[in-house]
Ligand binder design. Structure first.
Ligand SMILES: Cc1cc2nc3c(=O)[nH]c(=O)nc-3n(C[C@H](O)[C@H](O)[C@H](O)COP(=O)(O)OP(=O)(O)OC[C@H]3O[C@@H](n4cnc5c(N)ncnc54)[C@H](O)[C@@H]3O)c2cc1C
Length: 269
């Protein structure tokens, strides 16, 4: 779709060329959402592609995922054999309700910054204990636990003019056993509930997204019995999301069902 209120497109090549933020500005990543609906308030696009960030960088301690890394690039990542949780990458990339054409340009950062309840990169970053690296407008960086990045539908922790630079996924998180479940109202519908469980030694962590307005991470010291899992979900989920992709009571039931499946899958020692 043409964005016919846009008067300028800036292409900064380095951080110092980023313009001071002004009303009507928007960062442009893959553009799969920006160009998918009218944006009457937009006056200026700040295209992130000319910054040429390296999409993926693996170190001994973490995988650095640039905000501009596309779903396709992330999915093509070849993980070391002991990073068994890397299988979540494929599951989460395919949880985006879009074809390979969308996955070829949609970015990880754009998915987080859009802040949709059904954002699969929100789920991935939360479940893998991700840290968001944010470029502040004063020239500094700030770090934020991924579970705190999305505050509600379309709301993020970004302050005006701030830019998501990258997401750090610790190597230790990739070595945990994980289980993934996703449910939708229709066969190819948007996620109504997307859950990821992970088991590390005796501990168990459950990440709930899509069924809730923002991600919820529930940490258990030991491996929970069925009743404890059920009780903790009801206590720690503040609200069930309500939109055309599913009613709140149905999302709650679906979440409980998928959570129990995950518990069973990870219950083997
Ligand atoms: C057919 C189709 C299906 C889709 N299915 C889903 C789905 O199932 N789940 C889902 O969550 N989304 C879905 N989307 C929406 C969207 O495509 C994805 O969320 C995608 O990941 C957005 O990434 P992008 O790079 O295209 O972002 P853009 O469209 O370029 O930007 C999205 C928003 O994020 C901001 N932004 C982007 N990058 C940054 C950054 N680094 N720092 C600060 N702000 C930034 C932009 O300013 C803009 O407000 C779908 C879209 C289509 C067209």
């Amino acid at each position: 779709m043409d964005l016919n209120t846009v008067e300028a497109v800036l292409r900064p090549r380095m951080r110092s060329e980023l313009p001071p933020s002004a009303s009507g500005d928007s960062f442009l990543a893959g553009g799969t959402w920006l160009f998918s609906e009218p944006q009457p308030a937009l006056r200026r696009l700040v295209d992130l592609s000319a910054l040429r960030w390296e999409s993926l960088r693996r170190t001994e301690t973490a995988l650095h995922v640039a905000a501009t890394c596309t779903f396709a690039e992330l999915e093509a990542f070849e993980a070391p054999v002991d990073w068994i949780a890397a299988e979540l990458i494929t599951s989460c990339c395919h949880a985006l309700l879009g074809s390979f054409k969308i996955r070829g340009v949609a970015t990880v950062g754009g998915n987080l910054c859009l802040g949709l309840a059904a954002g699969p990169m929100v789920a991935l970053a939360t479940a893998l204990d991700g840290t968001c690296v944010i470029w502040s407008t004063d020239g500094g960086d700030r770090l934020l636990d991924a579970v705190e990045f999305v505050a509600g539908p379309g709301q993020t922790a970004l302050r005006p003019g701030e830019l998501l630079r990258e997401i750090l996924l610790p190597a230790a998180a990739f070595r945990r056993r994980t289980a993934f479940r996703q449910g939708s109202l229709t066969t190819y519908g948007r996620s109504a509930a997307l859950l990821i469980g992970s088991r590390d030694g005796v501990g168990f962590t459950l990440t709930i997204t899509a069924a809730t307005p923002h991600p919820v991470r529930i940490v258990f010291d030991g491996f929970p019995e069925s009743a404890e899992l059920e009780a903790r979900i009801d206590v720690e989920v503040p609200a069930w999301y309500d939109d055309i992709h599913g009613a709140p009571d149905w999302r709650r039931n679906l979440t409980h069902l998928l959570a129990q499946e995950i518990r069973l899958e990870l219950s083997a020692p």
